[in-house]
Design a binder for this molecule. Structure first.
Ligand code: NDP
Length: 331
């Protein structure tokens, strides 16, 4: 197999961080870890930041191949847990921050970061899920752990037509939760209903400040937006309900009061997919393989060729990408 491959390399060009497609050699990769023939990666919000001038905020050192997700086949492994031919995936673990990532046709990654593709998934569908879908499942697991009720009020998903939101809707519905999907895009209403949402909430409704304690509407919340949207949602959660906070698409601030916590016992649960411990990670992937309906996953996924990635990444920062975008590194 040839030592040369194509990759997007982010480097410091005269004081400016620039990401561009280039030809590289396996000898250019980090020297330690498992060598992988990368088949697919994915486009996540954080990848949009890395590819569009916010390199410094995501990547801690340059040059680096960005990309927080990858799936592929093991070519060489110094670690007895993996053998050539094994199909593996990586999400998070500092890829595209402190570790080289998945936007190259070859990657060398620490063995501890690798997850074997769970039975029932393949390399492409693993990336259709990717960090976004994995984060959605961690959010649902957090709500499950806190006994969010299924038979009364719905669970609210914010930023529902995005990657995390779409998978969260589908997984919640598959688990018997009623789902209210909040979106700012009218053209996604039918899509969200096809994923199983029973109610659509306008984004603008949650984006405005309300009372510190409002009418109880939501048994639980998966929030990808943050800021005023999260504050409004917290004020509308039922007594002893729970909110999984996983995103900041609308801002990283949180203009709230302690009232939902001390008067209604609402739980605010933080979700970190990057350094999620291996055992919980394994459980999340097993659940994704078992519970996420394939036809819904396929319906929310678009596959693009590697060459189209840099251009497409501009759209995710504008909130214009629907569902999940898989990058085919072999196309
Ligand atoms: P996407 O861009 O696919 O989805 C984000 C969605 O948020 C958009 O589709 C849009 O949904 C909504 N949105 C966008 N801009 C705004 C805005 N200004 N105000 C309100 N809503 C907005 O991104 P991902 O699904 O990949 O990621 C979602 C968020 O989760 C990001 O902030 C990301 O950084 C975070 N994240 C966190 C992880 C963790 O480990 N905690 C892991 C993965 C992601 P709609 O059109 O339906 O309104």
């Amino acid at each position: 197999m040839s030592d040369s491959f194509r990759a997007i390399l982010a480097s410091d060009v005269e004081g400016k961080a620039v990401a561009q497609m280039t030809d590289m050699s396996v000898a250019d990769l980090p020297t330690e870890g498992v060598l992988i023939d990368v088949a697919f990666s994915a486009l996540n919000y954080k990848d949009g930041l890395a590819l569009n001038g916010n390199l410094g905020k995501v990547m801690r050192s340059l040059p680096m191949i960005p990309g927080i997700d990858l799936s592929g086949t093991v070519l060489e492994s110094p670690d007895s847990r993996f053998r050539p031919g094994d199909e593996v995936l990586v999400t998070g673990w500092g890829l595209s921050e402190t570790e080289w990532g998945g936007f190259g046709q070859r990657a060398r990654v620490k063995a501890d970061f690798l997850t074997k593709i769970p039975g029932g998934l393949d390399l492409k569908r693993a990336m259709a899920i990717g960090t976004a879908g994995f984060t959605a499942m961690l959010s649902v697991m957090a709500l499950d752990d806190h006994q969010v009720t299924k038979d009364q009020s719905p669970v609210l998903v914010t930023g529902a037509a995005g990657g995390v939101g779409s998978v969260a809707v589908a997984v919640l519905v598959a688990n018997g939760y009623r789902v209210a999907a909040s979106t700012g895009r009218a053209e996604t209403h039918d899509y969200l209903k096809s994923l199983g949402a029973e109610e659509i909430i306008e984004r603008a409704e949650l984006a405005q400040a309300g009372r510190p304690l409002d009418k109880e509407r939501w048994a639980g919340v998966v929030d990808t937006v943050g800021s005023q949207t999260l504050a409004t949602a917290l004020a509308q959660v039922v007594r002893h309900g729970s909110v999984a906070a996983c995103g900041l698409a609308g801002g990283s601030d949180l203009p709230t009061t302690v009232l939902p916590f001390i008067l209604r016992g609402v739980n605010l649960l933080g979700i970190d997919s990057v350094y999620c411990p291996a055992e919980r990670r394994e459980r999340a992937w097993q659940r994704l393989a078992a519970e996420l309906p394939r036809e819904k996953l396929d319906a929310m996924t678009e596959v693009i060729p590697f060459d189209a990635l840099i251009e497409r990444s501009k759209l995710i920062l504008k909130g214009q990408v629907r569902g999940r975008t898989v990058v085919d590194l072999r196309a």
